[in-house]
Write a protein that binds this ligand. Structure first.
Ligand code: SF4
Length: 212
């Protein structure tokens, strides 16, 4: 059984898949408690239903025109806290889904199915959890994966910049997103331009469109 906070259908808003219709499975529970978390409801396992992998797959089929939309994102909370999530990836891949995984990078990615596209949200200092990153995970990042930094302060920006300078990251898909309410996207865009960084400015499209 997996503890599922929500299964829904919306526009993908925070990666290189931005703008595509996507089915989402939001798993409950997280090992962090970031100040700016916008999915607080999903942090508590009490706000979830236990569902089997078969039930999750049926629920996914019931949205997004059955098999028409084949993009699915497993998110949370922190999905990798639940061991069965690893089996869910395999079953979805067998069904020809393109599977995205949003993870905070603190739990080992070693056993994640090779075909899963990992979106790794490296926590910056304003989250309160920048020391929690599992650096061994850098070994498991491939060209199709994405690395994201949510930036709310100048210190966060410098942290993200240094992280990219110091660490060898095997993907060019790097995203800097402004933390809502702390830094605006224009200010962040100007910093990226000034410093000549090869990173994508992340804009939370689903929020602009006021979608879930
Ligand atoms: S890791 Fe993600 S889900 Fe967990 S508290 Fe931080 S922002 Fe929220």
């Amino acid at each position: 059984m997996l503890y599922v906070n929500d299964i829904f259908y919306s526009i993908q808003g925070e990666s290189s898949f931005t703008g595509y219709p996507c089915k989402f499975v939001r798993l409950a529970g997280c090992n962090l408690k970031c100040g700016y978390c916008d999915t607080k409801d999903a942090l508590d396992i009490k706000n979830s239903n236990p569902l089997s992998i078969g039930e999750i797959i049926s629920a996914l089929y019931s949205i997004g025109g059955g098999n028409n939309v084949k993009l699915v994102e497993i998110t949370g909370g922190e999905p990798l806290l639940q061991k069965e999530a690893f089996d869910l990836f395999g079953e979805l891949i067998k069904l020809n889904y393109i599977v995205l995984l949003e993870t905070n990078g603190t739990i080992s990615l070693k056993k994640v199915h090779k075909k899963v596209i990992k979106i790794i949200d490296v926590k910056c200092p304003s989250s309160g959890f920048s020391k929690e990153f599992n650096y061994e995970n850098l070994k498991y990042i491939s060209m199709s994966d994405e690395v994201k930094f949510v930036i709310g302060t100048d210190e966060d920006y410098d942290f993200a910049k240094d992280f990219l300078k110091i660490n060898k990251i095997n993907t060019g898909k790097l995203i800097f997103s402004a933390a809502e309410g702390s830094m605006n996207s224009k200010e962040l865009a100007e910093k990226i331009l000034k410093d000549g960084l090869n990173v994508r400015l992340g804009i939370q499209l689903h929020k602009i469109l006021r979608l879930k």
